[in-house]
Design a protein around this ligand. Structure first.
Ligand code: TXA
Ligand code: MG
Length: 322
């Protein structure tokens, strides 16, 4: 697949690139696109399998929550609930390099996998014209981490994306070099007070000029040096037993493929497709809790490819239970 130029000075080619990008996203495929911060690897945020494709393509060892991109504040208000401080920050810094982490709205269509099962969602309105027009044309929220393989620096040019992820089967929209070259600043809220979750394109003092001193996050983000304090994920109430070939009496079975005769089971993927399993994981953990399961036996899931991220997520959920 080509790199398509997103140069507003060539309007016909520009329109073609935007329409092509929107078509790919709507069909559940990934599209790399420019933003003012870094290039993003986008997927339809309402499509679990498309989101799983992001983790697969990046070779991400973890199912971390992603930033969901929308064209304007009104679109953000349809997926998350704002508080007064968030309103003030959005009015001052959107469109731009600020991401707000807010509670999901009641009828939020964004798939669980975008937020790693968390009740909150990270949202951002990019200022880059190409990104904006792509989001408008797509008409649904687009989840996008930086468009590089996990562990590599974030790409700030289309060629970086092609070098890192390849372009044979990936549409890359080339909007030239990114203006900021640094990921967005991520701000969350604790008791209505803004806390800095990730330093980035918008400086702390500029944020503090709007909402006053930023609080200290009680959960550390992006700090591998303190693994015990990494971002809290959704952990089921049901006790997890991993690598279970079959459920024991009183256990609900989280199957990956065949279901043992007579077992009460939820199915991650009947076809043993890890992408489908990733897309179903968080919803099924919630479903297990909804059913009041006390113990959950999880079938062995292959450890390669996206399976590594699924197993990491399960292992951390089990470890959190002590
Ligand atoms: O500049 C950027 O932000 C780029 C461009 C493409 O927009 N995107 C980006 O996404 O850097 P990503 O996935 O690499 O970073 C997501 C950040 C992480 O620090 C993650 O922990 C935080 O956002 N995050 C996402 N959802 C969250 C949530 N529900 N609660 C707390 N933190 C969240
Ligand atoms: Mg990144």
């Amino acid at each position: 697949m080509p790199l398509l130029s997103l140069d507003p000075a060539a309007p016909t080619a520009y329109r073609t690139a935007i329409e092509r990008g929107a078509d790919e996203l709507s069909a559940g495929r990934l599209v790399a696109f420019p933003t003012e911060t870094v290039y993003g690897l986008g997927a339809d945020a309402t499509n679990g399998q498309a989101l799983a494709g992001i983790f697969e393509r990046k070779g991400r060892p973890r199912l971390n929550p992603l930033i969901v991109h929308v064209p304007d504040k009104a679109a953000a208000q349809r997926i998350v609930l704002f508080n007064p401080a968030a309103e003030a920050l959005a009015d001052r810094f959107w469109p731009g390099g600020l991401t707000l982490v807010l509670p999901r709205a009641g009828d939020c269509p964004v798939h669980d996998l975008a937020s790693a099962g968390l009740p909150t969602l990270a949202v951002r309105v990019p200022s880059h014209t190409g990104a904006h027009d792509l989001l408008r044309a797509t008409g649904r929220p687009v989840a996008a981490p930086s468009a590089n393989r996990s562990g590599e620096p974030s790409p700030t040019r289309a060629s970086h994306v092609a070098d890192s992820l390849g372009s044979d089967d990936l549409l890359i929209l080339d909007g030239g070099p990114c203006q900021d070259g640094l990921e967005s600043t991520v701000v969350g809220f604790e008791d209505g007070r803004a806390v800095l979750l990730r330093a980035g394109a918008v400086a702390r003092q500029d944020i503090e000029a709007v909402v006053g001193p930023l609080g200290q996050a009680s959960d550390a983000h992006d700090r591998p040096s303190s693994p015990g304090r990494l971002l809290r994920h959704y952990a089921p109430a049901a006790r997890l037993r991993l690598e279970a070939q079959a459920p024991e009496a009183g256990e609900l079975y989280l199957a990956f493929g065949p279901v043992p005769q007579g077992a009460e089971a939820l199915q991650l993927s009947a076809d043993r497709d890890v992408r489908e399993a990733a897309a179903n994981l968080f919803a099924l953990l919630r479903e297990a809790d909804k059913r009041g399961a006390v113990r959950l036996a999880v079938a062995p899931i292959p450890h390669d490819g996206l399976g590594e991220a699924i197993n990491d997520r399960l292992a951390r959920a089990a470890a959190a239970q002590g």
